[in-house]
Ligand binder design. Structure first.
Ligand SMILES: CC(C)=CCC/C(C)=C/CC/C(C)=C/COP(=O)(O)OP(=O)(O)O
Length: 321
């Protein structure tokens, strides 16, 4: 079980090489984490660095999956990444190794009880993508979401820790995992058209069929008679339930980790509300929040305000349901 928010012993100072490696990971995070960077920025330096290392490693895995290589080459690259992870886990990456992501992740894993097996799960999830797996039911899709997002929640919790003697702290991994599911389902709704045009359909086949949405999403034009808005509202309801459960994590975290989590979740929760108000928007393009709104949500994360709103049931907020 994860307990202390900080390692007990006074941490060793960073070597120049690990400092440079973290700088690289922080640049990747600042440049590419359009949403999550807002939360990560709220953490104290040691946790911010560790989260950047996790982000940079995850980004690499994701980029292999989303890239243009042939499936066999993608699988080979993913297995190479797994081999690198084994070296990190075994403590066999020296500070002067050439790969800054491996150096930073190794240092982070020495400082925090990060359950690195979560990164194996991420690789497994991306392998499902590469193999073109589709999902018949929510139960099946949930397994995929657990690998690619629930695992990120559990890895993050390793960096955050829980406050000492918090009642119910043993539930923290479950809440972190569930918050990851909420984020991933939101992501799947947001990217439904882009993914469909790349030949990837994540939403459960039986649910697509129940709403008559069996084709046309790649062109942004559901088939005649399809109830696309109904499908989206159904998935939004599910995502909101996952948010409500996952956000029970917040009282178990210290203020800065709670702020980071609240900012990440708050931004995605607002994205979900936008999608709920106008389901067809996801067929027209990528739904996103303006930078100033993300900054505002992050600020509210620091005060706990947005999180409480996200954790409340959504009834009566004037959105299509
Ligand atoms: C406890 C805790 C911190 C839980 C959170 C777990 C977490 C951060 C999961 C990430 C999953 C996700 C939706 C990734 C999308 O990345 P992307 O690069 O597609 O995102 P973007 O396009 O929105 O920037």
């Amino acid at each position: 079980m994860i307990r202390a928010a900080r390692p007990a012993a006074r941490p060793a100072p960073l070597t120049p090489q690990t400092f440079a490696a973290y700088r690289y990971c922080e640049a990747v995070t600042a440049g590419q984490a359009r949403n999550f960077a807002y939360g990560i920025r709220l953490l104290p330096a040691d946790r911010r660095r560790a989260m950047s290392a996790l982000y940079a490693f995850s980004r690499r895995v994701d980029d292999i999956g989303d890239g243009t290589l042939e499936p066999a080459a993608k699988r080979a690259r993913l297995e190479e990444t797994r081999d690198l992870l084994d070296l990190v886990r075994a403590g066999k990456v020296p500070d002067d190794a050439t790969d800054p992501v491996a150096v930073a992740l190794s240092d982070a894993a020495r400082r925090f009880p990060i359950p690195l097996d979560g990164l194996d799960e991420l690789i497994d999830g991306v392998l499902m993508d590469v193999r073109g797996r589709t999902y018949e039911t929510w139960e099946e899709l949930k397994e995929y979401c657990r690998c690619v997002a629930g695992a990120i929640g559990r890895l993050s919790l390793g960096v955050f820790g829980t406050v000492p003697d918090a009642p119910g702290a043993d539930r923290a991994p479950h809440y972190a995992d569930t918050l990851g599911l909420a984020l991933q389902l939101t992501n799947i709704l947001r990217d439904v058209r882009e993914d469909a045009s790349g030949g990837r359909v994540y939403l459960p086949r039986e649910e697509l069929a129940a709403f008559g949405c069996t084709g046309g999403l790649d062109r942004g034009v559901p088939e005649p008679g399809a109830d696309f808005a109904g499908l989206v509202r159904f998935e939004v309801r599910r995502a909101r339930e996952l948010f409500a459960e996952g956000l029970k994590l917040l009282p178990l975290l210290d203020r800065r980790s709670a702020a980071c989590t609240a900012a990440m979740a708050g931004i995605y929760h607002r994205l979900l509300s936008r999608i709920a108000r106008d389901p067809a928007a996801v067929l027209r393009g990528r739904v996103s929040l303006p930078a100033r709104e993300k900054a505002y949500v992050a600020l509210r994360g620091l005060t706990g305000l947005d999180t409480h709103r996200a954790a409340r049931p959504a009834a009566g907020r004037g959105e299509a349901r």
